[in-house]
Design a protein around this ligand. Structure first.
Ligand code: NAD
Ligand code: FNR
Length: 178
């Protein structure tokens, strides 16, 4: 396919890569697994997320991509606060609980939490947690991209992190020798 720079984005996307092909390709992009929590006027919620990344350190900002059809969507948007809890290697069961159709109380009952500056639940034994306020957002396709200003960082002492790769959980710890 040759791309003409004058094409609009939608025209290029229409007949190119299918969602299935995209997902298959994305399954090969290993990513940290996070539980994103939120609390506030709309109540306590949380979901598993791999679509999280750093935007800029000035001001410290993360982005989180949230499917607008998720049961947690309205609550996160109303609360406008969230905490990105980076999971450690023993958290695969917790990730599945927060990634499925499990009721909210059952999700949170499976781990220990404390409150962050924003009021969102911070996972006690996370590798690291980023407590945030949602400052901006933008809809792209099925998802809302949330730009999150970091209020507070909590460092844990977990040695190994959880990575999602080829639809399965993997643990990483020691750096590879170079
Ligand atoms: N970014 C996301 O929204 C996202 C990411 C991972 C998993 N999931 C959810 O978990 C389920 C199982 O995922 P899986 O990895 O075992 O198999 P899968 O084949 O459904 O997905 C493979 C990869 O594609 C990407 N992906 C999946 N659904 C997506 C979506 N709606 N929008 C953008 N990217 C998406 C993710 O990187 C995922 O790891 C998915 O069907 C989805 O509901 C969603
Ligand atoms: C490993 C892994 C990674 C992700 C997810 C799942 C799993 C298992 N899910 C899906 C998300 O967690 C799920 O939609 C929510 O838990 C909401 O589910 P309910 O609508 O409450 O059943 C997810 N959803 C999302 O909007 N953005 C994301 O980055 C991810 N990443």
């Amino acid at each position: 396919m040759t791309l003409n720079p004058s094409f609009a984005h939608d025209e290029v996307v229409a007949d190119s890569v299918s969602p299935q092909t995209f997902r298959e390709a994305m399954s090969k992009m290993g990513a940290a697994v996070n539980i994103v929590t939120s609390d506030g006027p709309a109540g306590k919620v949380g979901f598993a997320a791999t679509a999280v990344c750093s935007v800029t350190d000035t001001p410290p900002t993360l982005l989180v991509c949230l499917n607008r059809s998720a049961s947690v969507f309205n609550a996160v948007m109303e609360n406008r606060t969230l905490c990105v809890n980076v999971l450690s290697s023993g958290h695969d069961r917790l990730s599945n609980l927060f990634g499925g159709k499990t009721p909210v109380e059952e999700r949170f009952a499976a781990a220990s939490w404390h409150r962050g500056a924003s009021g969102a639940p911070v996972l006690d034994d996370a590798v690291v947690s980023f407590d945030c306020v949602v400052t901006e957002s933008m809809d792209v396709g099925t998802h809302r991209v949330l730009f999150c200003s970091v209020l507070q960082v909590s460092n844990g002492d977990e040695a190994e992190a959880l990575i999602y790769f080829k639809r399965g959980y993997h643990r990483v710890g020691m750096a590879a020798a170079v």
